[in-house]
Design a protein around this ligand. Structure first.
Ligand SMILES: [Zn+2]
Length: 137
């Protein structure tokens, strides 16, 4: 069972949402299109899974670029699974990091994390959407 408070809010600036590790809650910008809202929710949810204060990554020095690549990559895989086309947005986002020094290596190194996390999120959503067809994890 995965639970975290989510609230819709007027978020200043260009951000579509954020995850607060200190408070362990998610805020999503109010009034966005449904697909953008869903994808942002998965992005922030991934942060809550991978980048919370109790996660396995706690002791490591995690670059923000790496954390964002994990969150956005996971959001893209999950959104694609559920038929949401976010490729324009996500690919531009990821391409921005890939073009930096060591970017290709970065994308390669986080691929396994993205795959594992996307599987976890999809399983949780499937269990929520179809509670009778799947045993809960
Ligand atoms: Zn993020």
């Amino acid at each position: 069972m995965i639970q975290i408070p989510v609230e819709f809010d007027d978020i200043a600036g260009g951000a579509k949402g954020y995850y607060s590790p200190g408070e362990h809650r998610i805020a999503i910008k109010a009034g966005m299109a449904a697909d953008q809202t869903a994808k942002t929710l998965v992005h922030e949810f991934t942060h809550s899974l991978l980048h919370n204060v109790d996660s396995d990554n706690k002791g490591k020095t995690r670059g923000q670029i790496e954390a964002e690549a994990e969150a956005e990559g996971t959001a893209f895989v999950v959104a694609s699974y559920f038929g949401l086309d976010t490729s324009n947005y996500s690919f531009g986002y990821v391409a921005g990091w890939a073009s930096q020094d060591g970017g290709t290596e970065l994308v390669r190194s986080i691929g396994t994390t993205i795959q594992r996390t996307a599987h976890q999120v999809i399983a949780a959503l499937e269990a929520y959407l179809h509670p009778d067809s799947k045993a809960s994890a």
